[in-house]
Design a protein around this ligand. Structure first.
Ligand code: ZN
Ligand code: FE
Length: 260
């Protein structure tokens, strides 16, 4: 039977970044957004396995800072990981071995990745889909989304809508552990939403025990992530934005979140 579920390993880096690791063949791994090399090297060396690919979602240093050290570490041990990122941002990403242009497929050892362009957080932001798993970088977080640094709220809403069209069973693996504060923000928007309060109790407990809150199903985001609900009239009404267009609702709650 063909494999459809991807096993992933979250590696905590810097303050609250995740480097996501997954196997590309029997003894090789891929690392997504290595903001730091140390924890990735530790993981690989403890298994005696190697890194075949480095996937980059965008150019921010907390997602790319470990690339050079990982490459050097590999070369010193006789292997060279291939660095993959968006051609659009090649000038401000670490040197790329594979520059992806738009929507395309990539082969990663025994697996395949599908690239989606999602401008908004940065103009060249891409996400990668491998089997049932989405590596979302700083575009979609659990119960939240990235800040709109380079694009417009319209662009970001468009990008999030593209992600929302993926199947409910998609596993979300985002670039940061922001789940608790995102959910607290969602609760502040809708204090009368009992389902959010129930989730909050659960996330409090998980965060307290320092457990990663992802991977988590995209279906849950469609239901509870306020940013993905920007085009739901009932939601707009509940937060006092009756009659606004989706992009306007999105822009308004993104602005509120910036100062939360
Ligand atoms: Zn970023
Ligand atoms: Fe980041």
């Amino acid at each position: 039977m063909p494999q459809h579920h991807l096993m992933v390993e979250p590696v905590l880096a810097l303050k609250d970044n995740y480097v996501w690791l997954f196997k590309t063949s029997a003894h090789t791994w891929a690392a997504v957004d290595p903001g730091e090399a140390g924890p990735v090297i530790h993981h690989l060396d403890s298994l005696g396995e190697t890194l075949s690919h480095i996937l980059l979602t965008h150019h921010h240093h907390d997602h790319t800072g470990g690339v050079e050290a990982l490459r050097r570490h590999g070369v010193a041990r006789g292997y060279t990981p291939l660095v993959i990122g968006a051609e659009k941002d090649a000038h401000r990403l670490p040197p790329l071995d594979v520059a992806v242009t738009g929507e395309q497929r990539l082969s990663l050892g025994d697996l395949e990745a599908e690239v989606m362009e999602v401008p908004g957080h940065t103009l060249g932001h891409v996400v990668y889909r491998v089997l049932d798993t989405l590596f979302a970088g700083d575009t979609l977080f659990r119960f939240g989304c990235g800040r709109v640094f380079e694009g417009t709220p319209e662009k970001m809403w468009d990008s999030l809508s593209k992600i929302r069209a993926l199947p409910d069973t998609t596993q979300l693996c985002a670039g940061h552990e922001y789940t608790l504060v995102n959910l607290q923000f969602a609760c502040s928007l809708e204090p009368n939403n009992a389902a959010l309060q129930t989730l909050l109790t659960h996330i409090f407990r998980q965060t307290d025990m320092e457990q990663p809150t992802m991977p988590s199903p995209l279906g849950e985001e469609k239901q509870y992530n306020p940013f993905l609900r920007s085009d739901d009239p009932a939601f707009a009404k509940n937060i006092g934005l009756t009659g606004l267009a989706a992009e306007q609702v999105f822009a308004s709650i993104r602005k509120k979140r910036n100062s939360f």
